[in-house]
Write a protein of this length. Structure first.
Length: 96
């Protein structure tokens, strides 16, 4: 499983013109059961995405499809981890 941090770059006016495309990309990844949850950071520019476990190459390919990344308006940092304690509601995402 991965915890992604999205770091936005550039002016708010430029970012805002790609929000709809970015949101559609995130929603599609959630529907495809690749992302578990996503949201904006309370403070600062960017967001956080919880991603199911997958090969790193697949994750990098997925990230490269983000409209913000394609336009050079965002970058990602990732932390891969193995969940040890969690709510039962997450069991399907963790056990694959």
């Amino acid at each position: 499983m991965y915890l992604l941090q999205v770091h936005f770059h550039g002016e708010e006016s430029i970012l805002s013109s790609y929000v709809v495309e970015h949101t559609k990309w995130v929603k599609n990844a959630i529907l495809d059961k690749l992302f578990i949850l996503a949201g904006q950071k309370i403070e600062g520019k960017g967001g956080v995405i919880l991603v199911v476990d997958m090969p790193e190459s697949q994750l990098n390919e997925l990230i490269s499809q983000d409209p913000f990344v394609k336009k050079g308006l965002a970058s990602y940092t990732s932390c891969r981890f193995e969940p040890a304690l969690y709510q039962d509601v997450l069991l399907n995402f963790i056990s694959g």
